[in-house]
Design a protein around this ligand. Structure first.
Ligand SMILES: NC(=O)c1ccc[n+]([C@@H]2O[C@H](COP(=O)([O-])OP(=O)(O)OC[C@H]3O[C@@H](n4cnc5c(N)ncnc54)[C@H](O)[C@@H]3O)[C@@H](O)[C@H]2O)c1
Length: 207
């Protein structure tokens, strides 16, 4: 059964591992998908592979103006917005090295992680919700992480941003659920994407 026939979906971080797999699934359920990512080249490849009207869009989650443009251009092109998967996260090797402990992390790294992983999600919601309300409702899915639920010896910024994503999800569900905008979070454990394969090999082997 194609449950999402006629629905328009934005997938942020859509060029990446989880985003591209989810975009494929949304498309197989009938949705038309916008693959939004900082990496336009890869987003174009993913959109072409997916087909069925999927398009690529370049934006930077750190810049809220580009998040606004992403939503506006989706609505201008397809006439509506039904689904937002907030999924982009900063996973570069440099950030992974610098996002460490409370004592060692710089405020610059902290701010960058929060801007992409948390404020970027808020921006997506802020601009998507009014469009969803116009069509009677919609669904927002925020990719959190198991790291947002437990402490760890490193990645204090990442884990805190993901805990923030879980709280953001609860607030949005509470504030807009009655008007038909559902908001849920998914907290994956380790998913073997290209990005996670580039992480600590011993840890991956152990898991
Ligand atoms: N892979 C895992 O094990 C795992 C586990 C738990 C949670 N997650 C979460 O899943 C989501 C997807 O991660 P993934 O594993 O597919 O990683 P990934 O690196 O494959 O995908 C992330 C995507 O986000 C994009 N991106 C990065 N910074 C951006 C920015 N400023 N603006 C727009 N796009 C940007 C990247 O270009 C990339 O395509 C993330 O939110 C991540 O935190 C992943």
């Amino acid at each position: 059964m194609r449950r999402l026939e006629g629905k328009i979906a934005i997938v942020t971080g859509g060029a990446g591992g989880i985003g591209s797999a989810t975009a494929r699934r949304l498309t197989s359920e009938g949705a038309t998908t916008v693959i939004a990512d900082l990496d336009l080249e890869r987003a174009r490849v993913v959109a072409a592979e997916i087909g069925h009207g999927a398009t690529a869009f370049h934006y930077d989650a750190e810049s809220v103006d580009t998040v606004e443009a992403l939503v506006a251009s989706t609505v201008a092109r397809f006439g509506r917005l039904d689904i937002l998967l907030n999924n982009a996260a900063i996973t570069t090797p440099q950030i992974q090295r610098e996002d460490t402990t409370a004592v060692d992390i710089t405020f610059e790294t902290w701010d960058r992680v929060m801007a992409v992983n948390l404020r970027g999600y808020l921006a997506g919601c802020k601009y998507a919700i009014p469009e969803m309300l116009k069509v009677g409702g919609g669904a927002i899915i925020n990719t959190a992480s198991g790291s947002g639920l437990v402490g760890d010896l490193s990645r204090i910024g990442y884990g805190t941003s993901k805990a923030g994503v879980i709280a953001l999800t609860r607030f949005i569900a509470t504030q807009y659920g009655r008007q038909g905008v559902r908001c849920n979070a998914v907290a994956p454990g380790l998913i073997l994407t290209e990005a996670s394969k580039a992480g600590v090999p011993e840890l991956i082997e152990m898991i």
